[in-house]
Design a protein around this ligand. Structure first.
Ligand SMILES: *Cc1c(COP(=O)(O)O)cnc(C)c1O
Length: 407
C-alpha cells in the first residue's frame, strides 16, 4: 500500500514534464482550440486515439494533460478525465456506465446534488432503476444486488452524515455481477484513501475542494481503472466535457501543497472536534477519526488520515439562538463548499432515515476547519456557543428586537 509519506513526495513531481514546459518548473497555461499539424502525415498521427495531445483543444492540451496524469497517478488509477465542476464529474461518470433498464445503487448519505440528479434525470427521464441504500451496509449489500445492477455508487464519509462505508465489502458484492463501483473521494483525497486498492473502478474528485485548495476554481476529475476507462472516456467525449486551462493550472498549483495543507487541516480539525466533543452544548461530533464514531474501525482500517470537514449536533436551540451563534462567529464564514484555506460553518437540515431524524432532535452543523491557528478557531466557537446559549427564550428575544426597532 502506498502510504501518505510516499504520496507527499509524489505530489511534488507528478504531472511535470520539462519537455513540455520548456524547462520551467510548471507546465504553463496552454490556451487554445485549434492545434496545427505540419503536414498530413502528422495530422493522421494526431488523430490516433492514444495520442495524448490529440487533434483538438477539447480533447486535451498540455496543461490539462499534466493535471489528469498527476491525479490518475496519485489516485492509483489508469487514466482520468476533466470536467468543469465536481458535480459534472459525478454525473458524467454515472452517465458513462448506465443504460436504460440498468439498476443503480446509491447510498442514502450521498452528496445532495447527486441524489437530485439520480432522481430527476436518471430515474425520471432515463429509465434507470435508482435505489438508495443504507450506507452502513457492507457484505449485506449482496441482498440488494440484482442481475442488472450496473453501478454501485459510494461516498465515504457521506455528505452531511459523515457515515463511513465498507468499500471493499461493497466492491466484492458489486463485482460479483460485474457492476462498476464509483466513489466520490473528495473528502479523503488520494492522500488519505487509495481507491483502487479498495476495489473502486472510478474515483471522483471535486477538485474544487482540497486539490485546488484556495476556493478560487471549480473543477472535477474522474479517474478510472483500465476496465472502466473506455466508458468514462466515451462519456466525457460524447458529452463534450472539458475544463479551462486556467482552472487546471490552479489545481496543479494547489496540489503541490496538498500534503502540508492536509496535515494542518487534519490536526486542527481533530483538536476542534475533541474540544467540541467535551462541550456541554454539543450532543455529538460526527468525525470518523474519533473513537465515538460508529464507522471509526473501518475508517482506521482503510484510510490513512482525516481532513478538515466534519459535523456536529448541538443541543436544540431556537432561531434567535442559532442566528446569534452565526452572527457571533468571527473566523468561520457562512458559505457553501469547503476544502479551501478558510474556515466555514453551515447549519444543515437533520437528515431523516425511515421517517426518523438520524441524529435526534438537535441542530446539525457542518464545519470546515481551515488553516487559521486552531486555538483561535476554538476560542471563536467557544464564544459563539456561549453567546447563543446565554440568550433566553424566543419571547425575550422578540422583546429585544422590539426595543432595537424603537431605538
Ligand atoms: C462539492 C462536492 C461535489 C461537487 O463539486 P462542485 O465542484 O461544487 O460541483 C461533489 N461531491 C462532494 C462530496 C462535494 O463535497
Amino acid at each position: 500500500m502506498q502510504d501518505c509519506n510516499y504520496q507527499q513526495t509524489r505530489l511534488t513531481h507528478v504531472g511535470r514534464d520539462i519537455s513540455v514546459s520548456a524547462g520551467f518548473v510548471n507546465v504553463p497555461v496552454c490556451r487554445g482550440s485549434t492545434i496545427l499539424a505540419d503536414n498530413l502525415e502528422q495530422w493522421a498521427q494526431r488523430k490516433e486515439p492514444d495520442n495524448p495531445y490529440a487533434s483538438y483543444g477539447r480533447f486535451t492540451n498540455p496543461t490539462l494533460q499534466a493535471l489528469t496524469q498527476a491525479v490518475a497517478e496519485l489516485e492509483g488509477g489508469f487514466q482520468a478525465s476533466l470536467f468543469p465542476s465536481g458535480l459534472a464529474a459525478c454525473t458524467h461518470a454515472l452517465l458513462g456506465m448506465l443504460e436504460v433498464g440498468d439498476h443503480l445503487l446509491i447510498p442514502d448519505s450521498v452528496y445532495g446534488p447527486v441524489r437530485a440528479f439520480a432522481q430527476q434525470v436518471l430515474a425520471s427521464r432515463m429509465g434507470i432503476q435508482v435505489q438508495f441504500y443504507e450506507p452502513s451496509l457492507g457484505d449485506g449489500m449482496a441482498s440488494l444486488i440484482r442481475p442488472n445492477t450496473k453501478v454501485v455508487y459510494v461516498e465515504s464519509p457521506g455528505s452531511a452524515t459523515f457515515e463511513i462505508q465498507d468499500i471493499p465489502a461493497i466492491a466484492r458484492c458489486a463485482h460479483a455481477v460485474g457492476a462498476y463501483v464509483l466513489l466520490d473521494n473528495t473528502w479523503a483525497t488520494p492522500l488519505f484513501f487509495q481507491p483502487f486498492e479498495h476495489g473502486v473502478d472510478v474515483s471522483i474528485q471535486a477538485a474544487t475542494k482540497y486539490l485546488t485548495g484556495h476556493s478560487d476554481a471549480l473543477l472535477g476529475i474522474a479517474t478510472a481503472n483500465e476496465r472502466a476507462w473506455p466508458l468514462l472516456r466515451r462519456a466525457a467525449h460524447d458529452f463534450g466535457q472539458t475544463a479551462g486551462p486556467d482552472d487546471a493550472f490552479l489545481a496543479l498549483r494547489g496540489m503541490r501543497t496538498l500534503g502540508v495543507r492536509l496535515r494542518q487541516h487534519q490536526a486542527s480539525a481533530l483538536q476542534i472536534a475533541c474540544f467540541l466533543e467535551n462541550h456541554p452544548q454539543v450532543q455529538r461530533v460526527l468525525h470518523p477519526a474519533l473513537e465515538s464514531h460508529p464507522g471509526h474501525a473501518i475508517w482506521k482500517r482503510d484510510f490513512t488520515g482525516s481532513t478538515g470537514l466534519f459535523g456536529l449536533v448541538l443541543e436544540p436551540l431556537n432561531e434567535a439562538q442559532l442566528s446569534c451563534f452565526f452572527r457571533t462567529l468571527r473566523l468561520f464564514g457562512i458559505g457553501l463548499s469547503w476544502g479551501g484555506f478558510e474556515s466555514l460553518a453551515l447549519p444543515m437540515d437533520m437528515p431523516k432515515r425511515n421517517g426518523k431524524a438520524l441524529f435526534g432532535g438537535g441542530q446539525l452543523l457542518r464545519l470546515h476547519v481551515g488553516l487559521e491557528e486552531p486555538q483561535h478557531l476554538q476560542q471563536d466557537l467557544e464564544q459563539a456557543l456561549d453567546a447563543a446559549y446565554a440568550l433566553n427564550t424566543p419571547r425575550s428575544t422578540s422583546g429585544l428586537r422590539l426595543v432595537a426597532q424603537q431605538a
